[in-house]
Design a protein around this ligand. Structure first.
Ligand SMILES: CNC(=O)NC(=N)Nc1ccccc1
Length: 314
């Protein structure tokens, strides 16, 4: 079972290698591409908190100069981690795709800018003059292992088209695995990702079993509401990829989510063990929001992230 964490937001976070040196994390979602294209040719925007150096590619809101990230992804890969680039986030602007052409453009942009480097179609020294002929390379020639969809606003049109286009690109690199993941909220159907889950193939679904009343992990602990892992298993079984793995998403500290949704490790343990037992084939692990919060939340001498990894290993 795997631990997936989000990293990339916040004013005081350590660089990525600090987390990749730890054995408690297996999958790292780098967040976020937080500005979506409004039309074909429109360049998305990014935000990685205190990382990078404040520079943008000219004429865009896309961060340039993210040296900590392009230096550290190879360290993460050497440590056996899977590194995904996350699209959306709670503060994303313009999260909705106006039409399928823009969805296809967005997928192509992500692939050529953050996937395997192809010097015929991307430039390591991109300038606005190249807009019509080449893609920028924010992480230089370093490729991510896939894309995570943390879409939290404005509806789900176009994401299935985007993911199917990404899958088309993945299939053209047969000797390497790429992944698609999503972070829906726990109410079913999820307005943002429900359509994509039904109509395009995900490898991992990490449900945010926090910040929503009535279906949260805290509801399971309190005996209130209806923690709906079982129903999410059915959603996956009825989806375009019935073999997708389902992760329990949890806040990594008291303040990492809205008040009342945090579970201590001892509260999380029986929940995790119940659903490992019940769904050994579909259960994929735990997702934590988010890396820095988990690192700073020391419980019984271990970080929260280490506590969760220990529960999964037992
Ligand atoms: C996987 N994405 C998230 O977990 N987003 C998230 N936790 N956003 C957020 C919403 C409200 C308060 C704090 C964070």
């Amino acid at each position: 079972n795997n631990v997936a964490v989000y990293w990339g937001q916040g004013p005081n976070q350590d660089r990525l290698s600090h987390f990749c040196e730890q054995t408690s994390m297996d999958i790292i979602n780098i967040g976020f591409i937080n500005e979506f294209p409004r039309f074909v040719g429109d360049i998305p925007g990014s935000n990685f908190g205190n990382q990078c150096d404040g520079n943008l590619f000219e004429g865009t809101n896309l961060l340039n100069g993210c040296h900590q990230i392009w230096e550290d992804i190879p360290i993460c890969k050497a440590a056996g981690k899977t590194v995904l680039l996350s699209i959306g986030g709670a503060t994303a602007t313009g999260e909705s795709l106006p039409d399928d052409a823009t969805a296809t453009w967005f997928a192509d942009f992500l692939w050529y800018s953050f996937g395997p480097y192809n010097p015929l179609i991307a430039s390591l020294s991109w300038t606005e003059e190249l807009l019509a002929t080449a893609f920028p390379r924010p992480f230089l020639d370093i490729s991510v292992d896939g894309f995570d969809f943390d879409v939290e606003h404005n509806g789900g049109a176009g994401y299935a088209t985007m993911i199917n286009r990404l899958r088309w690109h993945f299939d053209r690199v047969p000797d390497r695995r790429f992944y698609i993941s999503g972070a829906p909220q726990c109410p079913i159907p999820d307005a943002q990702l429900g359509d994509a889950i039904a109509n395009s193939e995900f490898d991992f679904i990490w449900v945010q079993w926090y910040n929503s009343n009535g279906c949260s992990a805290a509801d399971w602990v309190d005996g209130t509401g209806e923690f709906n892992f079982d129903e999410w298993v059915d959603v996956i079984k009825d989806s375009a990829n019935p073999d997708a793995k389902l992760f329990i998403g949890l806040p990594a500290s008291e303040t990492a989510a809205n008040a009342g949704f945090y579970l201590t490790p001892e509260e999380a343990q029986p929940l995790i063990e119940t659903y490992i037992e019940k769904y050994p084939d579909t259960f994929g692990g735990v997702m934590l929001w988010e890396a820095t919060a988990g690192d700073n939340n020391v419980v019984n001498g271990l970080t929260y992230t280490e506590n969760i990894k220990e529960i999964l290993y037992e």
